[in-house]
Design a protein around this ligand. Structure first.
Ligand code: FNR
Length: 353
């Protein structure tokens, strides 16, 4: 288990210290290690002798047939890690029969990423282009224009990330890496002495629930919110007519002291009670971790840093290999716990230590 971790030291050796820091760190070191430790407090119950022949990890999500529930999380500026950037990740995701979420801060044009993801699937009539991760663009008109560009590319699902309204500039980008799909923002108006940089500066650019209600009216595509950690917020998402959430702490990169997404998942699952899919991320490093999230009620999981390690070391092949390793581990965990399909995985497979 944890075979994807073999890529970690190799990736570190390939990247300069500032890019490595950008990839690996969170809002504090504790935030990152908490995420990973949360999984180790849970034990799985072996169930031998069950017939799991013909078992599989397939699922249907937003009308899309996926071979497994391990999606690639949206990660910005992937040309920092490999010259083939997002195109490599998209190609690997589709070659492995899964899905990728393309960041608003992608470093390659949407059209190129869409083409890369479809090369493996030209003959598959059911093939769907990647999902689009939307960052609010400071105001409605600019956000609508970005959404329209993504929809015109053919991206199939929209995921609005709501947990990171404040961007802490942690990396000086090299000259040849940029968010090429975004319009230039005009510089913010200067603040008076009485105004706060946080409340009147950064947060003035952040979306509110009213903006989510507005956004819901702007697209027919399935709309999910990423970065939900409270059952009341999950309920609010549903009430606004959205189609799902990603329970996520952004990989421990935003609020110091936030709970791990694993801590809050059961309460959110209980409150939503099957009324919409609940995706999960932050801290998944193995197929066993993915199994635990599924057992606690997630419909599918997003994987972040591990596929970037693969991308750094081996481009598309590295990403495909990491997905395959995680999937093999998930299958192995399912087989040993007597689960032939994702629907067999549940709370009954676990005991908390
Ligand atoms: C991210 N994440 C992120 N999320 C998002 O919605 N849009 C983005 O552009 C980015 N960019 C980004 C860059 C880097 C370097 C990292 C590590 C993460 C968060 C990401 O989608 C996901 O929530 C976490 O990475 C999941 O945690 P793990 O799997 O990395 O522990």
């Amino acid at each position: 288990m944890d075979r994807a971790r073999d890529y970690l030291p190799l990736a570190e050796a390939c990247l300069g210290p500032s890019i490595w820091h950008y990839l690996q760190t969170g809002s504090s070191d504790a935030s990152v290690t908490d995420k990973q430790n949360a999984f180790t407090t849970i034990r799985l119950i072996p169930r031998p002798l069950r017939n799991v022949q013909g078992g599989h990890t397939r699922l249907t999500l937003y009308g899309q047939e996926l071979a497994h529930p391990l999606l690639l999380a949206p990660v910005s500026y992937q040309r920092l890690f490999h010259a083939d950037g997002e195109c490599a990740s998209a190609m690997a995701a589709s070659a492995q029969g899964g899905q990728m979420l393309v960041s608003s801060l992608a470093s390659q044009p949407f059209a190129a990423i869409a083409r890369a993801s479809s090369t493996e699937n030209l003959d598959d009539p059911g093939f769907q282009l990647p999902w689009f991760q939307l960052y609010w663009q400071g105001e409605r008109e600019r956000t609508a224009r970005l959404l329209q560009r993504a929809a015109a590319t053919g991206f199939s699902v929209v995921v609005l990330t709501v947990d990171a309204p404040i961007k802490r500039a942690s990396l000086q980008l090299p000259d040849d890496v940029a968010a090429v799909n975004l319009e230039n923002h005009p510089p913010p108006a200067p603040l008076s002495q009485a105004q706060s940089m946080v409340f009147d500066g950064w947060m003035k650019q952040a979306p509110t629930w009213d903006d989510v209600a507005w956004l819901r009216q702007q697209t027919q595509l399935p709309l999910l919110l990423k970065g939900i950690l409270h059952p009341d917020d999950a309920e609010h998402v549903l009430a606004l007519g959205c189609d799902g959430i990603v329970v996520s702490s952004h990989g421990g990169r935003v609020l110091d002291g936030a709970p791990t997404s694993l801590d809050v998942l059961p309460d959110i699952v209980q409150r939503i009670d099957g009324r919409m899919p609940i995706l999960f991320d932050s801290g998944i490093r193995s197929g066993r971790d993915a199994f635990i999230a599924l057992a606690l009620g997630a419909t599918a999981v997003l994987v972040g840093r591990p596929y970037l390690w693969g991308l750094t070391v081996g481009g598309a092949l590295g990403v495909a290999h990491v997905i395959r390793l995680l999937r093999d581990e998930l299958e192995m965990t399912m087989a040993l716990t007597g689960c032939a399909q994702l629907g067999d995985i549940g709370h009954h497979c676990l005991i908390a230590r």
